[in-house]
Design a protein around this ligand. Sequence first.
Ligand code: G6P
Length: 607
Amino acid sequence: MCGIIGYCGPKPAAPILVEGLKRLEYRGYDSAGIGVLENDVLHLVKRAGKINDLRNALPDGLGGSFGIGHTRWATHGGVTDRNAHPHADGRGNLCIAHNGIIENYTALKRNLETKGYEFRSETDSEVIAHLIADLYDGDLERAVKSAVRLLKGTYGIVAMHRSEPGVLVGARNGSPLVLGVGHGEMLLASDVTAMLEHTKQVIYIEDGEVVRMTADDHRTTDTRDNRIDRSVETIGWDLEEIEKNGFDHYMEKEIFEQPESIRRAMQGRLDPDTATSHLGGLNMTNRELLDIERVKVIAAGTSYHAGLVASYLLESLARLPAGAELASELRYRNPIVERNNLYFAVSQSGETADTLYAMREIQRKGGRVLGICNVVGATIPRESDGGVYIHSGPEIAVASTKAFTSQLTAFYLFALLIARKRDMSYSAGLSFMRELERIPEKVQVVLDRAAAIREIAKKYAGAQSFLFLGRGINYAVALEGALKLKEISYIHAEGYSAAEIKHGPIALINEETPSLFIVPDDALRDKIISNMKEVKARNGKVIALGVDGDNELADIADDVMFVPSTNELLSPFLTVIPMQLLSYYTALERGCNVDQPRNLAKSVTVE
Ligand code: G6P
């Protein structure tokens, strides 16, 4: 969603801000703008559309060595130049950029209007600029602190004032802000990717904190002026990891990285001597792990689908009752938190508002929540009681791919750990572990078949509607396949249990609606084949995703894709890859913006 970048230093600010915004593009946005101070004049340039539109609108030779930039994902007010950030006060003295939602902006606006302040946009954010102007008495930091005390809602804010050249002030409540500490330069951003080119030394700003920065100094305090000293951390990502490295799209790169990213998620965490896993970050004793009576996964989007796979897995492998629930639903239904329940908040970004608020609700009730996250230092891992980093490296494409298989990896390690504490023998544990270790090479085998999947994508790219059908542990993969396709190709797609097809979806079947069946080599195979025949009998087109050697599928289905055989419980690692590739190639055929699909955001930081 929205992105913030601020820069103070010796270099011209505008190109750095624009480059920073380019790095934030992946989060999803619909307009962008920057504000820089040059020769005592505050220049604001804002454009609806892409960063390139903003770049083209910049005056030649725009100087100034400090400023702020923003990518906006519209919530209040349409996608227009005016509604884009930064927003200035009426006199052009100060400007701000804001992520989040100000819930009491109507009341604040009314009050400011009675004092004569004129609003120029339809946004909630503009109220912050006028409020700071109203409270300003020569000290921006103090004015920001007074202003945020009056705000209700979520915010990451960065502000600058004409009377204090070289000073930026940031404030955070619920929307991430990271301070980048460079050599003689300082950056403030909503996401470390925006500053990676300049520094890897960062300080994570926490909720309720205000940071004042200049090119060579920074100070963090709470809104009551108590000083906060936090140590500088080093970002583990390299610039190279956020480049496309020869691939056409980030999504393609991330799909093809999966053998490596899965391997990385496992690295150093499997122990053949004891046939179990080590997950040091859980912060739980052996006894506490043994005492778990139920696991509940809370998440959104693709991460929720990883949770569905996990709950099936935990019940089957570890015989531990488990379930997954959408975080957005759990938060508002007064969930029952029992003593020996263990919760997992799964989030690639670690910033998804629904997941974060659900996690806080569980913790408020005394529940223990572990995070499964990718972005180190994000809010969910910092606030959770422990957890597992999946180490996928940056995932830039909006549609999640490698994070999904790495989230699965974390859950498979956890399931093995619990299973071995309960009733799984050493030899059963070892053979499961060995098969898990073979997954990266089997994923590579599926990726090597991408060309065949591309042909199938070409054939069905004109479809209006698509069904994805699976059973057992692959039911969740069917849901994920449908989500992937609709996200990036805009084809209406539904994921269903193949068994449920007779209870509704079969009414949709005609020659134009393809059904993709996941047909693993397990006890339900024959039942799924019967479902496929039911669709064929109604002239539906059938694509079967089966296991190598299942030659019968070609006699029934119109098209067939194959994955190598593996342990039934491990099959989601392999069956999800053709789904990702099919979606990617379909989106290409349809000329869609694969990495930044319309209306979607990578990290959904508002409810
Ligand atoms: C958005 C993204 C999805 C992602 C979901 C959850 O909808 O577009 O790709 O699965 O958020 O994100 P999280 O960062 O919490 O995993």
